[in-house]
Design a protein. Structure first.
Lengths: 473, 493
């Protein structure tokens, strides 16, 4: 007997998407309505998912191809909440560009659905299905401001490169299927034969595909262009939500079927991690566009999250999950600031536009200051703890090289965060920005800043929640 | 457990800062925020004096210990003081109100933000000196970078951006290695509690690397030659109050760290690396003294003299003699008072003439006599004239050094002479001589608050110069136990 109620969140979400599509077609000027309904849907889905976590410890469905466990529920809830916040703070931005259309919330919902499937997948085919669903929605989202050349270019670029990486990924899947005879993660785990080189090839191809989705160096080339070209609200979505899904697939894929081949993939992960941390830090220095800068900074943050995964322990997984959670919080704050830099219906996204912000908008710049120091990993802010947990697990495994390189690259990264602070606080002021922001935008900025600031008072809570994630039995 | 006096010391300035934050606004209530800041920091000072009064000098145990679970099964929020740390807390709470008082006209824009930064800085600095857990220590140690970066960057001089960046990145670079070492200690021993670590000790085979990692952080912060170059820049560009905080307290974090962590946790490695410290200290003393001799800028000169003085401190610490370490601590306290005073003295003339160049001045002794007297007192204290606290510190350090290594002591003593040379020459060029620059005639002597601040600094400088017993009594037992412990573990391994 199938426990269909366990996939109720996904079923509910897909039915809602169809309903919204029909509603959008038949009712005129319904974009505001659909936006609001989507928000409610996201919240309801999150609540249902949360309810599951209380009753279910680990449950597999559909011939073990879908898994519901604590990791999947946690990641899904974060995904849903992040999508909720993205949707709610982006409406003013979309209105300014006259792209406040019904498709926007629906596309976000579909990509979230794809991500939820990815997070729950325990089978290569299910995983690929989820991945493609989210990617297709993301391509369209990237081009959402279609009258803008840069936005169209971003979407096209993302599409072409992403298709390539999906091809590699599929090739990897087929290799693995060929040499183990199954697409199911659990079966693959029992059929492993580490002497098969082709299997290693398969892992490498899949890792390449995943690294592309999570924009780890050297598969990051698309990220700066796409982040810059896409509408800011979509960039916000890109920097946060797909990373959660990709990271959980990383965890699931490496730790369920291929844990015994850790020698084969550990070096790859260490390389991805070091390359991303260093490259992200160094390349961001020369950027003048804030969105490009955020792209490079997100590349380097992904490197830290991967460092936790490279350890091959439960602690490592947990530290990565904590890292990505705190990273999302910081990014939310950062983009709330970006969305507030608006004057006369025009958004400003060059770093020079921050100049002298502290004199005109003391509270905004103070929040940004806290967020930037946190991104740089300076204690006692939340970003420090994220790095601290990761390096704690890394050093436990005696991977000193990774730890030292990682921490040194935080010093390099500190440079460009400091540069933003310098521009805000030390430079001459410019014209004022508008202050009539939506309540939700103010809320998300205040909430994320406060959480970052006072995280050090209650550091145990998040750890306790995450410590229930035990992939390695 | 009684009243959590140490946590109150840490929290009080932050609460004051929050108060300022919520009453912040226009130029009108500038005085209000200043009074709030002054009030908080004075209350904090009296609280720390009360702490000193309650402090039991006959034991080297940690006192007023507070121990709370912070991250379950991992880190406890643990604070406490012993003879080594209590004086630094007093120094911090003593210097901060004077610092706030000294902001008269030098800082015009964004006063409330400045006070905010100073108060938060005070919280962090007190936290550094009383934390008994490595992670907590690191947290406070690093967090101090944020307010200091802003103080230099926002209210600094012409090259403030360069200096602020240099300060921040240098210190951060040194510190991240310490973080690696702290986490490694956790995995080697299973705890980051300093008291526990003193008991169980750290395996000798790890000590050298860990020592080096801690050293990289403390050497930058001290600062030791050759990583001292951030200090002159930071000092020159920082506003007067910032320079005072930097010289008087921030530099002491590293000296304190050497005693508490390098000696206490890694005795064997300290023994191995003593020659390295000796070499760097002696180079710092001689080399930077010569550099100081050639400076045109008063603040830069004092900054280089700080490097030389801190060279004495590190030298004294690693002599591992009772006198040496006592001397180092007294030297740090004395340098805290004297360098603060000297920077304030520079600030006084800078506020009037807007120049820090030595050749702007000359022959002002008859124009501003009160200033000249006090400036002379601090000049003499800086060069270690008997009767000032500077003498006690240097004398004890050299005594310890002579016991341990004759050659090093002789070279360091030569440094004292050069020190006298540059300080006296500075004084001569600024105060005496012919009055060439006629604009100087317009200068007014010290006003009431300046006089008050400088007198406040002069009294302990002289008092402890003649009667250092209160200081020595406080630190004596802790240091002798530390040395016993040190020798015990070095001999046993």
């Amino acid at each position: 007997m199938l426990n269909l109620e366990l996939v109720f969140p996904e079923i509910f979400l897909s039915l809602s998407i169809m309903f919204l599509l029909i509603l959008g077609v038949f009712k005129k000027d319904s974009s505001k309505l659909i936006q609001n309904v989507s928000l409610i849907i996201l919240l309801i889905t999150a609540v249902i998912t949360f309810n599951e976590t209380i009753s279910v410890s680990e449950e597999k469905l559909f011939n073990n191809s879908v898994i519901i466990d604590y990791l999947s529920s946690f990641m899904k809830i974060i995904t849903l909440l992040a999508a909720f916040l993205v949707l709610i703070i982006s409406s003013a931005y979309l209105r300014t560009f006259k792209i406040f259309k019904i498709e926007y919330p629906i596309l976000i919902l579909s990509s979230v659905l794809g991500m939820m499937i990815m997070i729950s997948s325990n089978d290569l085919i299910v995983f690929y299905m989820g991945l493609e669903l989210q990617s297709l929605a993301l391509y369209v989202l990237a081009t959402f401001n279609r009258d803008n050349i840069k936005s169209s270019e971003a979407g096209l670029k993302y599409f072409v490169l992403s298709a390539l990486s999906s091809g590699l990924l599929l090739y990897g899947c087929s290799l693995i299927y060929g040499f183990t005879g199954s697409t199911n993660f659990d079966v693959i785990a029992t059929q492993l034969n580490s002497n098969e080189y082709a299997l290693t090839f398969g892992i490498v191809f899949i890792l390449v595909g995943l690294a592309f989705k999570i924009s780890a160096v050297p598969f990051h080339m698309w990220a700066p262009d796409v982040y810059e070209g896409s509408p800011t609200s979509v960039t916000l979505f890109f920097t946060m939500v797909p990373k959660i899904a990709a990271l959980s697939v990383f965890i699931r894929f490496l730790y369920v079927p291929f844990l015994n081949l850790i020698e084969q993939w550990q070096m790859i992960l260490i390389f991805l991690s070091i390359a991303s941390m260093l490259f992200g830090a160094v390349a961001a220095i020369g950027q003048t566009n804030l969105k490009r800068l955020v792209a490079y900074s997100s590349i380097s943050h992904v490197g830290y999250a991967l460092a936790g995964l490279a350890t091959g322990t439960n602690d490592g997984i947990q530290s990565s999950v904590i890292y990505i959670t705190i990273y999302i919080l910081m990014n939310l704050g950062l983009f709330s600031c970006l969305l507030m830099m608006k004057r006369n219906n025009e958004y400003y996204e060059n770093i020079d536009d921050l100049s002298g912000l502290s004199k005109n908008h003391p509270m905004l710049s103070l929040s940004l200051l806290i967020i930037l120091f946190s991104l740089a990993g300076i204690p006692p802010l939340a970003g420090f703890f994220a790095k601290f947990y990761v390096f704690k697990t890394v050093i436990e495994q005696s991977m000193y090289f990774l730890a030292v390189v990682g921490l040194l690259s935080t010093v390099v990264a500190a440079f460009y965060y400091l540069r933003l602070i310098k521009i805000m606080y030390f430079d001459e002021e410019k014209e004022k920005y508008d202050t009539d922001h939506s309540l939700w935008l103010k809320f998300s900025l205040t909430a994320s800043t406060l959480l970052i600031l006072i995280y050090f008072i209650f550091p145990s809570q998040l750890i306790e929640v995450v410590s229930r994630i035990n992939i390695i039995q | 457990m009684n009243f959590p006096i140490l946590s109150s010391l840490i929290l009080l300035p932050t609460i004051g800062a929050l108060f300022i934050f919520f009453t912040r606004s226009s130029e009108k209530n500038n005085n209000t925020v200043k009074y709030v800041a002054l009030f908080t920091s004075f209350v904090n000072f009296f609280l720390s004096v009360y702490l000193w009064a309650l402090f039991d000098q006959t034991t080297s145990e940690f006192q007023f210990v507070e121990d709370r679970v912070w991250i379950k099964n991992f880190i406890n929020y643990k604070v406490g003081v012993d003879g080594i740390s209590i004086l630094f807390i007093l120094l911090t709470t003593f210097i901060t109100p004077l610092c706030i008082l000294s902001i008269n006209n030098s800082i015009k824009n964004r006063l409330s933000e400045f006070l905010l930064a100073v108060l938060i800085m005070e919280s962090f600095m007190i936290g550094v000196f009383c934390s008994l857990d490595l992670v907590i220590f690191y947290l406070f140690f690093e967090a101090g970078l944020i307010p200091m970066f802003l103080i230099i960057g926002i209210w600094g001089g012409a090259r403030r951006v360069y200096s602020a960046f240099k300060f921040f990145l240098y210190t951060l670079l040194g510190s991240v290695l310490m973080l690696v070492a702290i986490i490694s200690i956790y995995w080697i021993t299973g705890t980051t509690d300093v008291v526990e670590l003193y008991k169980i000790g750290i395996d000798v085979k790890y000590q050298n690397l860990l020592w080096l990692a801690f050293f990289s952080s403390f050497a930058v912060k001290t600062p030791m030659w050759p990583v001292h170059t951030w200090l002159p820049d930071a000092h020159v560009e920082a506003p007067t109050a910032g320079s005072v905080l930097l010289a008087a307290i921030l530099l002491k974090m590293a000296g304190y760290g050497f005693i508490r962590f390098s000696l206490g946790l890694f005795p064997d490695a300290s023994e191995v690396f003593t020659p390295l410290i000796y070499a760097l200290s002696v180079i710092a003393i001689i080399f930077t003294s010569f550099i100081a001799l050639m400076q045109e800028d008063m603040k830069k000169l004092i900054a280089y003299s700080s490097v030389a003085h801190m060279g004495f401190v590190t030298l004294g610490i690693f002599t591992l003699q009772q006198q040496g370490i006592e001397g180092s601590i007294i030297q740090m306290i004395s340098h805290g008072l004297v360098s603060a005073a000297l920077f304030l003295c520079v600030g006084v003339v800078y506020d009037r003439m807007h120049s820090r160049l030595i050749n702007t001045y000359g022959g002002i002794v008859s124009i501003i006599p009160k200033y000249s007297v006090l400036f002379m007192l601090f000049t003499l204290a800086a060069l270690g004239l008997p009767g000032t606290s500077g003498f006690v510190g240097e004398f004890l350090i050299l005594m310890g050094a002579f016991k341990d290594n004759f050659l090093v002591a002789v070279i360091a003593s030569l440094g004292v002479i050069i020190g006298a040379a540059y300080m006296l020459w500075l004084y001569k060029r600024v105060i005496f001589g012919k009055l060439v620059n006629l604009e100087l005639k317009e200068m007014v002597d010290l006003n009431k608050s300046e006089l008050f601040i400088l007198t406040c600094l002069a009294i302990p400088t002289l008092f402890f110069g003649f009667y250092p017993d209160p200081l020595i009594n406080t630190i004596e037992v802790s240091i002798s136990d530390l040395i016993t412990f040190y020798n015990f573990s070095v001999v046993n391994n």
